[in-house]
Design a protein around this ligand. Structure first.
Ligand SMILES: Cc1ncc(COP(=O)(O)O)c(CN[C@@H](CS)C(=O)O)c1O
Length: 411
């Protein structure tokens, strides 16, 4: 799949610091195929206009394409109704929307919000802020001996006090995949809702919100070959309809009086002001592109490449790769966070970039509590997408060995 799709991504065909670019930072953001770039350009060239309010051809066309993009998102994750899709700025804003709109209206003192220690700051911090305002309590499931979130520990934390469970589908650091369907069953058994942070799963596998039966799910366009500036919240209709607005402004109202206003139905209720119109249309083009390739085909390809990356990394001396080892019944997502003894991850990433044109990430990946739990304050991370190839992995490993030799030569 890598060789077939690479021609669609102009950015990949360049040299960086005198070497072929090897882009392995896809968990941070993905690259964009020409089809997405063309959709954006076509919008701005042919029918740029504001949506929902104009009464002229350009506005009608822009509105149709914007609402078509919503329908594409709904179909992509198998939502039962496109009105269950709210466009946001990114996944972070989508989680904040649920935390403030649903959380402030439903959480009271001593209620519990259950997360795992592997959650991204975008999942943790909004609920910390809302817990401070409501008196709710955050609880975190730990890791098991395989460095994966401890699902048994998570389940044991559920009780009648549990009001919402906020968990990743795929960890952006451990590459572990949570059993969402089961977690939803356990959560619903105690009357709790479930919000799934699907940033690292929607771009890489089939996600079916109806079969998962999640209450809320969030993702970001820029991680799934779409533009930055747009993401989405999926919410069950009955939940969104019962939620108060998150942001006030134009578009989200029905009538405005001096002393009060009435609000539009979802999704408009949660889309105040002029939305990221071109970007949403670009996301629709990204979904068309991914759908043409097939998410199952993408997933199968990436899982194999992820295994190759994992095995290849283990050949590097004194390396520790975080997260569970891939096995018959344990799929690792297409990313590896790692540390190498006595070499700082930022030195590794810098050397790889400057000497070899290899782009990986170094830092805490917005998962500081997880890194503290792992006993480190940072890690290096290589993350793949379907347009990466075995040659990318081989070039990365060769460059990594060169990096290790370079830094060890000072000892
Ligand atoms: C699991 C998970 N949850 C939420 C986010 C936030 O996505 P936004 O589009 O920034 O809102 C991310 C984005 N993680 C990037 C930037 S820190 C990474 O390098 O891992 C994520 O991986």
């Amino acid at each position: 799949l890598g060789h077939i799709t690479r021609p669609d991504f102009p950015i990949l065909h360049q040299e960086v610091n005198g070497s072929r670019l090897v882009y392995l930072d896809n968990a941070a953001t993905s690259q964009k195929p020409t089809a997405v770039l063309n959709a954006l350009q076509n919008y701005y060239e042919a029918y740029n206009s504001n949506v929902h309010r104009g009464i002229h051809y350009l506005s009608a066309r822009a509105t149709d394409e914007y609402e078509l993009a919503r329908k594409k998102v709904a179909a992509f994750i198998n939502a039962s109704d496109s009105r269950e899709i709210v466009f946001t700025k990114n996944a972070t804003e989508a989680i904040n929307l649920v935390a403030y709109s649903w959380g402030l209206s439903n959480l009271k003192p001593e209620d519990e919000v259950i997360l795992t220690i592997a959650e991204h700051h975008s999942a943790i911090v909004p609920w910390q802020l809302v817990a401070q305002k409501t008196g709710a309590i955050l609880k975190f499931a730990s890791l098991n001996q395989d460095e994966a979130p401890d699902v048994d520990n998570l389940r044991q934390m559920f009780s009648r006090k549990t009001k919402i469970v906020v968990v990743h589908h795929v960890s952006n650091t451990l590459a572990s995949v949570l059993p969402i369907e089961e977690i939803v069953l356990w959560a619903h058994d105690v009357g709790a809702k479930v919000l799934v942070d699907a940033c690292q799963s929607v771009p890489h596998m089939v996600v079916n919100v109806q079969s998962l039966n999640v209450d809320f799910l969030v993702a970001s366009s820029h991680k799934m070959c779409g533009p930055t500036g747009v993401g989405f919240l999926y919410g069950k209709s009955e939940l969104l309809s019962a939620m108060p607005p998150f942001l006030g402004g134009g578009e989200m109202i029905s009538d405005v009086f001096l002393d009060h206003s009435t609000y539009a139905e979802p999704p408009s209720r949660f889309e105040a002001g002029t939305p990221a119109i071109g970007e949403a249309i670009g996301l629709g083009a990204a979904i068309d592109y991914l759908s043409r390739l097939g998410m199952q085909k993408i997933h199968d390809y990436e899982i194999e490449l992820a295994k190759y990356l994992y095995e290849s990394l283990l050949s590097v001396p004194n390396i520790h790769v975080y997260g569970p080892a891939p096995s018959e019944n344990v799929d690792r997502a297409a990313l590896c966070s790692f540390n190498i003894e006595n070499i700082h991850p930022t030195d590794i990433a810098t050397f790889l970039d400057q000497q070899h044109g290899v782009a990986i990430r170094s830092g805490h990946h917005c998962a500081q509590p997880l890194h503290r739990h792992l006993g480190v304050n940072a890690s290096a991370r290589a993350s793949l997408h379907f347009y990466n190839t075995k040659e990318d992995v081989d070039d990365f490993i060769q460059a990594l060995n060169d990096t290790v030799n370079f830094f060890n030569s000072f000892k």
